[in-house]
Design a protein. Structure first.
Length: 189
């Protein structure tokens, strides 16, 4: 773990995950939900990947909230490299960066799956913003369900391939989300 003395409320954590190919709609919804959750004291957990993860971490920081980035590589490796500033913003006062993978070990597809288990495990619930029908967000949602966490999904345009993962989850019992209230009312706090 890396984080410079940042106080994080681990009893109020929500994972926000989605596609690496975030659309304008997905970006706007991620910022809206994360801003609302951060204003209510929730810590945002995500994977520091491109797309929804990056938007979620940045929105938490912008809103004055805390965020936890779970890496699919060693704690000493910033991947993607384009998120170096975000990584250090998190470490130096806006949350923590965590990994169970030894230092120096680079990521691969299998390690992303391991990371998804930790993202859901650290959270009271997982919010899926966007994702395709074979998206890793579905793996995170499955872990959440297996761990007894709430699963939430944001409905999207039927014409978008990135609405498939939320649609699949909604058809299988995920809670539909339009605002932070939809999330908070389902949590045990």
């Amino acid at each position: 773990m890396r984080g410079r003395g940042t106080k994080i409320n681990l009893e109020k954590t929500i994972a926000v995950v989605g596609t690496r190919h975030v659309t304008g709609y997905g970006r706007a919804i991620t910022i809206k939900l994360v801003t609302e959750l951060a204003a209510r004291g929730y810590t945002i957990v995500s994977g520091l990947a491109y797309g929804v993860d990056t938007v979620a971490h940045q929105a938490a920081i912008t809103a004055g909230g805390k965020t936890i980035a779970v890496l699919g590589c060693g704690i000493d490796i910033i991947a993607p490299a384009s998120n170096a500033k975000l990584y250090w913003d998190i470490v130096e006062g806006h949350g923590a960066v965590v990994s169970e993978i030894p230092p120096g070990v680079r990521t691969d597809k299998k390690r992303f799956v391991t990371r998804n288990r930790i993202i859901s495990g650290l959270s009271l619930g997982v919010v899926v913003i966007e994702g395709g029908d074979k998206s890793g967000t579905l793996i995170t949602a499955r872990y959440a369900a297996d761990q007894g966490r709430e699963v939430f999904a944001v409905p999207g345009p039927l014409t978008s391939p990135y609405s498939r993962a939320p649609s699949i989850l909604l058809k299988n019992g995920a809670k539909l989300v339009e605002s932070a209230d939809d999330i908070i009312e389902e949590l045990p706090l």
